[in-house]
Design a binder for this molecule. Structure first.
Ligand code: AMP
Length: 274
């Protein structure tokens, strides 16, 4: 592992490598991130891991400020990996001075759930991902299903802009009790951490209920249950048939349940196939 703050230094090193993968992250690395890196290393000779808390994708300045950052700890976690180049830029290595996020129009799917609750978030994500993909020209890029709407957004971006890169979705890695790993989990206090396990419980309950009830009944039941959970405030619970939102994605036969909520002050999201 070696770390670089300039993209030009990385480009020089990967220019003739052939098969390069990229794993974009915002740091505070956990097993979820590491699973993406391991998967990338099985297919690519070199893997670029970017660690950058992208201000453009935060719709809320206090959320940006309190987002956990610990680059020293991240580099320690990556120390034992061979064949990875860690990209740790500052804003100037990515954006021009006063650069604004691009405005994309990728249709209805980016306007619901995260797109609705966090205005401008997906434009910020697409801006940084497009930049990273054009910068390094990787053959493969890895994203977690935990941020499923983001994964679809990136697949759409690549398709619409005709970028030559495979977007590879990776399964959600969970703690032993089922809570999806997230950099934000470390911001939870002990009682909030106990409440947070209810996110996956609600999703799993939805899966059970949906076997014998309608979508509306399932939703109503879950919304009612969520009201009883201490510390937890639901922002949305949705069940979506992916064939309704995309005519080209391989996941199109899936039906997924999605949750976003605040546990205490910490915002968490998760989803499963149901
Ligand atoms: P982040 O640092 O939160 O922006 O995440 C960087 C990448 O890791 C994104 O593609 C996420 O979807 C993915 N990721 C985050 N948490 C998990 C997880 N628990 N399991 C799998 N992938 C994850």
């Amino acid at each position: 592992m070696r770390a670089y703050s300039s993209h030009k230094d990385i480009i020089k090193l990967v220019d003739k490598v052939g098969s390069v993968g990229i794993v974009p992250t915002m740091g505070s690395l956990h097993e979820g991130h590491l699973s993406l890196i391991r998967k990338a290393l099985t297919k690519n000779k070199k893997v670029i891991v970017s660690i950058y808390v992208n201000p453009m994708q935060f719709d809320n300045s206090s959320d940006l400020k309190k987002y956990p950052r610990n680059i020293k700890y991240d580099l320690q976690k990556l120390e034992s990996f061979n064949d990875i180049l860690v990209y740790t830029p500052d804003d100037n290595d990515i954006y021009e001075e006063d650069e604004k996020k691009k405005k994309y129009n990728f249709g209805q799917f980016t306007k619901i759930m995260e797109g609705k609750i966090r205005p401008g978030h997906f434009d910020g994500v697409a801006t940084i991902v497009e930049k990273l993909l054009r910068m390094f020209n990787p053959s493969d890029a890895y994203f977690g299903e935990k941020d499923f709407q983001q994964l679809i957004l990136i697949k759409t971006l690549v398709k619409k802009l005709k970028l030559k890169v495979n977007i590879i979705g990776c399964e959600t890695i969970r703690e032993d009790d089922g809570l999806a790993m997230s950099s934000r989990n470390k911001l939870l206090d002990i009682s909030e951490r106990k409440s947070a396990v209810n996110i996956i419980r609600l999703l799993r309950k939805a899966k059970q209920l949906y076997k014998n009830s309608t979508l509306e009944e399932t939703k109503r039941n879950i919304l009612k249950d969520a009201l009883l959970i201490e510390n937890l405030k639901l922002e949305y619970f949705e069940i979506l048939d992916l064939s309704m939102i995309s005519d080209f994605l391989e996941e199109e036969k899936e039906i997924r349940a999605f949750i976003a909520c605040k546990v205490g002050k910490i915002r968490l999201i998760d989803n499963i196939v149901i």
